[in-house]
Design a protein around this ligand. Sequence first.
Ligand code: S3P
Length: 448
Amino acid sequence: MSGHGTPIPMSSHKCGPLKGEAHVPGDKSISHRSLIFGAMAVGETVITGLLEGEDVLDTAKAMQAFGAEVIRDEDGTWHVHGVGVGGFAEPDNVIDCGNSGTGVRLIMGAMASSNITATFTGDASLNSRPMARVTDPIAHFGATSVGRSGGRLPMTIVGAADPVPVRYTTPMPSAQVKSAVLLAGLNAPGETVVIEKEATRDHTERMLTGFGAEITSVDTEEGRVITLKGRPELKPQTIVVPRDPSSAAFPVCAALIVEGSDVLVPNIGLNPTRAGLFETLRDMGADLTYENLREEGGEPVADLRAKFSPNLKGIEVPPARAASMIDEYPVLSVVASFAEGDTVMRGVKELRVKESDRIEAMASGLRLNGVEVEDGDDWWIVKGRGHGNVPGGATCVSHLDHRIAMSFMVMGMATEAPVSVDDGSPIATSFPIFEGLMGGLGADLRRD
Ligand code: S3P
């Protein structure tokens, strides 16, 4: 759980060159899925490299509440003894998913086709986020739900006693919604089909295939059509969680804007559904290279080398790339502040319903720190000031959003005056070693 504790005010001060290697933690999306899919397999799944952030730990507790055994060895290896598809027990108590939209939405889907009832809650951020995007499709399987106004948590889901398979087109680009439907489809007879107009991160499809499910993905004129055969017996897996490209974004972007920097971020997955930020930065003229490009577990992986880039140029980010970098717009807007010219970001409405309204949170903080921003419902434009010309000096509100807090900490590394956030505690949801790691590279982060 996050956001229930004492706020941690933090500030970031202009620093010397960032140098060294940044070993970022495991991928958050893959960590949640490893625990949930492991809990739905028959037998023991072994996971190394799991992200031990608050979001993922909440998912581990939730899987225990649904009857799986989840054990952590002292060396950080995790063991999940699954109960099989359709084997979830009814939890004794309310499931608290803390700050995690991925956790709650995937788990709601996973339990929706079992004859059990569960109640979900979260922190103030999660309890303000829309859940109809999951309760609508799971109703087609036969699940019912009741929550607060606007389809918000706390919410109770009564799983379908006799689920039927579903064919569903996602109304917004969302890997969480796609995954919730596929997980519900696991315990329905026959074929469940999800159609997405724009391809979103495909970890669920790749990992379920690894667990032995029959799942196909075809790109058609309608979009990507994903078909899952229901009621498989999922086979336990040995999973090595790759490092998180969304966490890598922070040291990479920091190195680009801090004079004299040269940072290596090893072993980052470059799955095309996740790597949009790095392409965008290169389009802006960033000195960002992929070293030792290789394939691991069927996915492209590289060591990223980011060097100070004094001549960054604002660009129009291709809207078609949005899904592949959706979590990276906050930190991109920081880099854009140090570029020459406008960075235009369109087709990004989903940013308004993340852990915070990320357009609003970043736009107001950037403005306070002397950067002009224009914004509308599904677009925003950051008016770059060029290197050495960004004032800083203000305190920003993090709105219980880890990526907002980390983005402003990156900003302060290169502004004239320090940048502060009212609360850095949410950073622990996804990147618990952020302060130490950035400090090790040379950043000057302080708890105020
Ligand atoms: C995630 C999907 C994205 C992303 C989130 C993780 C996932 O959310 O923002 O951080 O693991 O499936 P949406 O599905 O809402 O786009």
